[in-house]
Design a protein around this ligand. Structure first.
Ligand code: FBP
Length: 337
């Protein structure tokens, strides 16, 4: 008997004695991503391709589908009274969506359309989301404090990939599960339960066009993958949509590497709505995620749109990466003495 996403959450909530609000919030993500995927599937047929000519807080030209996805998520989530604060990649400021914040307990952060550069060329794109409970010790009327928590405080996170099929992947901190949208009934059906990332994969994913800008330590690590030092041949895959590159890494193993570089000295990807939800899923699936110095989920954020380096992968690739970084730190310390 097929298990729908809603049925699965009810079961998960029972296991976790969680609050029914979470189910109601996640149903907002379900509704919005079904609407978004319908537009994505018709993108070449309806006037949803191309840009609106406006730029967002990242300085990126907003694509029509970015704006559609953003508005669809905001409208679907703001009617859920337990959500007090919403933050999006497309909005410079966070949105306070309840008059009386005292009655709300949750904040939600999302990237409505990840991989925007791939929209017009029909390559896989996605949506990411991350949910926090309002911390006990913060001023209810200081909404930024609802959001600026370490990723380890996420109570739910996940993403949706709009690819050959539409797949929703989520975790409530009790394993990772994936649901494929069955267009014939319009429901997300459980297709992968308790996903475990393969300990070792056979792909690395990195935009090597920036190699001249990456610190040599990352190039040396890449060389180890390319020259079979991990007793395995690694091929290269880089879609240019984080959700697509990570989804492959989750199911097939391997490593995704996006270090800081001269163009993005803090890193290319955003901590709150790209690295955090991906890292939450990776750790729940037995993988690891780091910024090269510490686990992504332990980074204390100080800005809604702050960027970070992101290295995420399976146990074998990440163990080698950490060993490599530690060795480099030691030899740096030795050379300084
Ligand atoms: P947005 O499209 O949401 O801005 O995301 C950024 C992103 O597209 C990631 O999905 C992807 O990993 C990265 O940028 C690719 O950037 P680049 O092509 O510069 O390497």
């Amino acid at each position: 008997m097929a298990v729908t996403f809603q049925q699965h959450i009810v079961q998960e909530q029972a296991n976790l004695s969680g609050s029914p609000e979470l189910q109601w919030m996640l149903s907002g993500i379900v509704l919005a991503t079904k609407l978004i995927q319908a537009q994505v599937r018709r993108a070449g047929l309806v006037d949803i391709l191309g840009s609106l000519g406006e730029t967002n807080v990242q300085g990126e030209v907003q694509q029509k589908l970015d704006v559609y996805a953003n508005e669809t998520l905001i409208n679907s989530l703001k009617i859920r009274q337990s959500i007090g604060v919403i933050a999006s990649e497309e909005n410079e400021q966070l949105l306070v969506v309840q008059k009386d914040l005292a009655n709300a307990q949750y904040a939600i952060v999302f990237d409505p359309l990840d991989g925007s550069s791939n929209i017009d060329v029909a390559v896989t794109i996605g949506t990411t989301f991350s949910i926090f409970r309002r911390p006990e010790n913060v001023d209810v009327n200081d909404p930024m404090q609802w959001i600026l928590q370490t990723g380890r405080n996420q109570i739910a996170a996940g993403y949706v990939v709009y690819g050959s099929s539409t797949v929703l992947v989520y975790s409530l901190g009790n394993g990772v599960h994936a649901f494929t949208l069955d267009p014939s009934i319009g429901s997300y059906i459980l297709t992968h339960e308790n996903i475990q990332m393969p300990a070792q994969g056979s792909y690395y994913s990195m935009n090597e066009a920036y190699c001249a800008e990456f610190s040599p330590i990352y190039l040396n690590y890449l060389e180890r993958l390319k020259t079979g030092k991990l007793d395995k041949f690694y091929s290269s895959r880089f879609v240019g949509s984080l959700v697509a590159d990570f989804h492959r890494t989750l199911l097939r193993g391997g490593i995704f590497i996006y270090p800081e570089n001269k163009t993005y000295p803090e890193g290319r990807l955003r901590l709150m709505y790209e690295a955090n939800p991906i890292a939450f899923i990776a750790e729940q699936a037995g993988g690891k995620a780091s910024n090269g110095k510490l686990p992504i989920l332990d980074i204390k954020p100080n800005d809604l749109h702050q960027r970070t380096a992101l290295i995420v992968g399976g146990a074998v690739e990440m163990a080698e990466f950490e060993r490599f970084m530690a060795e480099a730190e030691t030899s740096k310390a030795v050379s300084l003495n």
